[in-house]
Each structure stands twice: as structure tokens, then as C-alpha cells.
Ligand binder design. Sequence first.
Ligand SMILES: Nc1ncnc2c1ncn2[C@@H]1O[C@H](COP(=O)(O)OP(=O)(O)OP(=O)(O)O)[C@@H](O)[C@H]1O
Ligand SMILES: [Mg+2]
Length: 374
Amino acid sequence: MAICAHCGAGLPPGTNVCPGCKKPVSTVDDNDDTGSTLYGVRPDTVLGGRFRLMRRIGSGGMGDVWLAEDTELHEQAAIKILRDTLVGDSEALGDLKKEVAVTRKLRHPNIVAVFDLHIESGLYFIVMEYVEGCTLAHALAKRGIPFELAEILPWARQMATALDYAHQQGVLHRDVKPANMLLTHDGTAKLADFGIARIAEDTETKVTGREASGTLPYMSPEQLMGEPCDNRSDLYSLAASLYELLSGKPPFHTGSIATQIQFKPPQQIDGLSGSANEMLLHGLAKAKEDRQTTCLELVEQLHDWLDQQAFLPVPDKERKNPFARVDGCKKLEQKMRLTELFERLEHCRRAEIRQVLDALEDALADEERRQNAY
Ligand SMILES: Nc1ncnc2c1ncn2[C@@H]1O[C@H](COP(=O)(O)OP(=O)(O)OP(=O)(O)O)[C@@H](O)[C@H]1O
Ligand SMILES: [Mg+2]
């Protein structure tokens, strides 16, 4: 399900006002029209004779991202204008061209499509699919409290499927993190920025002499050390991202992060069951051989574990009061979910009402199963 960029509440399809915070639904997360833009580029500038820049969406390590109109196809596109530090580095640019060529071949519903790399009067920009929604990093920040495992698993599964698909094509992402996970209003999660991906067979010697690419808190020990990486390096970053979504912080976030990534075992997440913690920490093992073998394996383990919880007998002391296990925060979440369902009934069309009724039926069946356990 899509979530509100302001408070992180679930957003029923077609909702214009968030049922949680009552603010208008925000379509982009950063709304970063403030501050100076790279090269002083302004809205209405036409790049490549075709892409009319509309609004700067955000800014990252590689440059500025703009929402643009493709005036030939009459479609929206996202344009990433690259920083001049990169433009000055001919070797880095050569690598980037190769990476864009590889990334262009990836076609997956959970991967942000990259269309092209353009060079115009010394300005380099990448044209990508525009994803209307917000990043999971932004959703977490706005929400202010970590997500529940059940909430993130649908997104985690989509990310894992996308990563396993790319790995089968021989492409590593190398910068998996919540800031590169975009969530649309219909609840589709898409992985952005295979921009630093390289062909898996490539050896790290190609980048010798340069700092490891990626973002430190999510980087596997081998990526940090410039050692050969494989799909399990992305798996580590996925586990680190899930860890952050579930606890509010990546596994190592203060002090000497690099040293801790190499040597310190991550702490278990408070409030998450021991078994689920173990699965996550398995993905964060220091040696890649000690991790799960695919991204989906990690997510399916978490999924199976959660499924089992629904059928576990309720301990005696909780039988008298079926809400004993539900703390205040969870009650609030339940209330918000119910409010959401009602909102959907008000706003949506017949087919969608059918979907909501199906969802309610499932919820009731779950409840019945729980009652039968008494
Ligand atoms: N294809 C896209 N569609 C819509 N919004 C996007 C797209 N790509 C990026 N964004 C937005 O632009 C912002 C900046 O993205 P960018 O990739 O430049 O930064 P980052 O991911 O935070 O850092 P990094 O440079 O390490 O990738 C993101 O937070 C996201 O909100
Ligand atoms: Mg990014």
C-alpha cells in the first residue's frame, strides 16, 4: 500500500487527503525547489531539445533530479543532471556510460527504468522513468517511528525480486538503501539508481585507486574493502535497509562506522522477535558465504516466520484479554487501518470496493482463526 509522505500512514487509492494527518496527499517526497540548482538550471529549461524541466525533485551525491516533460512523447520523465566533479573525471564518465548501457537492458516492474545518457553543451544527464511517490527513507523520516515487519514485507519482496532478477542478468546494484527505494501510491516499490551498478563479472581492480562506490552505512564489508562483490553484497545492503526500516537506524550509524561494519556484530532490534532478528542478522553476516544465497531467500524466511506467528496458540495469560498483546501504538495503527478501509469505501469505484471487501473478508478469516486458537 502507498503511504503518506507526511506521516507515513497508509493511503487508500484515489485519496486526496491523508486519513492519518489530514494533509493533502503529497506526490513527491522532497519537493526540493529551494536552494540553488546545479549549474543554475531553472524550470522551463529544455534539455536534449525535448525534455522541459518542470520542478527539481531532489538532490543526491551524483547530482540534481528533476521532473520533466518529454515534449515528444507527452510523458513525464525524471532527469538526473550530473555534478561537474563527475563530469571532470573522464574515467568515471567512461564507467558511467557503460553502466547506463547495462542498466538500460534491465526491464522489471520493480526497477526504475533508465532510458538514456545525454551530453549537451558539457552538461551530462540521465533520463529515467518518473516515479510518482516517495522514497522509503523519506517515509520513515516523516513517520517518525519504525515500520512493523508486516508493513515492509510487501515492499521487501518486490525489492528482492528486482535484485534477484538483476543478479541473474549479471548486474549488481551496489547502492541499495531506503533512499533508493521509491514507493508509488498504489504500493509498488521500485529500486532506483542502478547508476553505479557494474557487470557482476567485472573485477574491482577496474576501480582501484578510487573510493568504494555505495553509501557507507549500507555497505557490505567486502564492498567497503574494495574486495570482489557478488549478489550477496546487495543482499547485505538490503538487510541493512530492512534493519533501518524496522528499527529507525541502519545497523551501524555512529562512531567509526567503517570499523564496525568490518568487525562488530550488529545488535538485535528491540521489539523484534529473536527468530526474525536472527534472519536479518544472517543477511548482515560479515563474510558473504555466511549469508542467505539470494535476496528473496531472506525475505521469504521473514515472511514464513510472520505467517507462522498468526497460527501460534495464544499463551494462557493472554487468553482472558485478547488485546493483551496489542500495545497502544499497534491499537492506533489498527484504528488507522480501519479508517483507511472506510475511506476507501467512500472514495473508490465498484471494482475497488470489491477489493476492499475481499481484504475485509481476509482480515475476518484471520480473526476467526485467532479466535479458534482460544
Ligand atoms: N526516477 C525518479 N522518479 C521520481 N523521483 C526520483 C527519481 N529518482 C530520484 N528521485 C527523487 O530524487 C531524490 C534525489 O535522488 P538521488 O538519487 O539524486 O539522491 P540519493 O538517492 O539520496 O543519493 P545518491 O546520489 O546516493 O543516489 C530522491 O530522494 C527521490 O525523491
Ligand atoms: Mg538515488
